[in-house]
Write a protein that binds this ligand. Structure first.
Ligand code: ATP
Ligand code: MG
Ligand code: FE
Length: 336
């Protein structure tokens, strides 16, 4: 089975060819980060225009690198949400053209399911599973009873973890997206500020990161006003420790309530080394739960993960027709 997959939900244009849902023949990713840096975040109109410029080039590269032609394909998968409407529409249009012209099934894929299935390239998912899904726009604990079944058991009530990283990065003068650089600094500093760990003792699986963000920004601004110079390494270490503590604690609590066979760590923030180390350590206490972490290079947005999730959806009979539209605020719905 060969699936051609498209991803254009945010600031990466990506096209990939996936064999049997688990082998990457090609995964072309054109990032627009440099165009958004000076604005400190993604500008939707700029993103759409970049996707339009890049999508056919990525498509050609993906087919060439995989060494396949349209006649070899079995299906076309595409992200249809959540994300920026204008950005999503570029990938959807391209996918429709290929599916229609070559008479191939069109598979609609939820971007967040894609993030989870990035882990599929390490080894197969085992059900029931729990996913800690941490990205630029989402922070959720998702229960997967079976393939194609997604139930959110907890989520952030305000900022996503990645969003908090990017916002405090701005205060430290770090370019968007700041997660990777803060992660690096964190390892050089110490948790001397002990910022709040919101909701850590609450009996639910929800998160909140806006209080942490405010505490961080207030600390930096206050120091500025009194002319004090704070160590960015310690600030980064303190911030990261607070984020990791909350994510790990809530995940452990969820594993106690939901006896699953596997924990999946996925999403852009799953690239965080502090989080990966901590989750690995915590999982040693759970004998019957295996840990599956998305590969570092597939944590961020890419079409390979959409191909992997698309393959599962395709086998389950999920199809779209030429009326497929972007759904910017798409949520998980599950098939029993
Ligand atoms: P969503 O998937 O929710 O729609 P998105 O696609 O914009 O949002 P991703 O591409 O999954 O988000 O992840 C990007 C985010 O990951 C950014 O906020 C970035 O700062 C963060 N990030 C990347 N690497 C790291 C890291 N090592 N530590 C922490 N955060 C990181
Ligand atoms: Mg991105
Ligand atoms: Fe994403």
């Amino acid at each position: 089975d060969l699936i051609l997959a498209f991803e254009s939900s945010c600031d990466e244009t990506s096209v990939s060819v996936i064999e049997d849902g688990n082998k990457i023949l090609s995964n072309i990713v054109a990032t627009q980060i440099n165009s958004h840096k000076r604005f400190g975040g993604v500008v939707p109109e700029v993103a759409s225009r970049h996707h339009i410029e890049q999508i056919t080039l990525c498509l050609e590269d993906a087919l060439n690198q995989a060494g396949v032609g349209y006649e070899d394909l079995s299906a076309v998968a595409v992200t249809y949400g959540p994300g920026l409407v204008g950005a999503l529409l570029v990938g959807i249009s391209a996918a429709k053209v290929v599916a229609f012209t070559h008479n191939l099934p069109l598979i609609p894929v939820n971007h967040m399911a894609g993030h989870i299935y990035a882990a599929r390239f390490v080894k197969p998912l085992v059900f029931p599973a729990l996913a800690l899904l941490v990205s630029g726009g989402h922070t959720e604990l998702v229960y997967l009873a079976a393939p194609n079944s997604y139930e959110i058991i907890g989520e952030t009530r305000d900022d996503a973890a990645g969003e908090a990283y990017d916002k405090i990065g701005r205060v430290l003068g770090i370019n968007y997206p700041a997660g990777k650089e803060i992660d690096r600094l964190a390892h050089l500093g110490k948790d001397v500020f002990s910022f709040p760990r919101a909701m850590i003792n609450e009996n639910n699986f929800d998160f909140s990161f806006s209080g942490l963000k405010s505490a961080f920004i207030n600390t930096v601004h206050h120091a500025d006003q009194v002319g004090e110079k704070l160590d960015h390494k310690d600030l980064a270490a303190s911030f990261q420790q607070s984020v990791v503590d909350v994510l790990a604690e809530k995940t452990v609590n969820a594993l106690k309530k939901y006896p699953v066979k596997q924990l999946i760590l996925a999403g852009g923030v799953a690239a965080n080394s502090g989080l990966r180390e901590r989750i690995e350590r915590e999982l040693k206490k759970f004998d019957n739960v295996s840990l599956l972490m998305a590969p570092l290079k597939l944590c961020g947005d890419n079409a390979a993960m959409i191909g992997a999730a698309g393959h599962v959806a395709w086998k389950a009979g999920v199809r779209a027709d030429m009326s497929l539209n972007a759904d910017p605020s798409l949520e998980f719905s599950w098939i029993k």
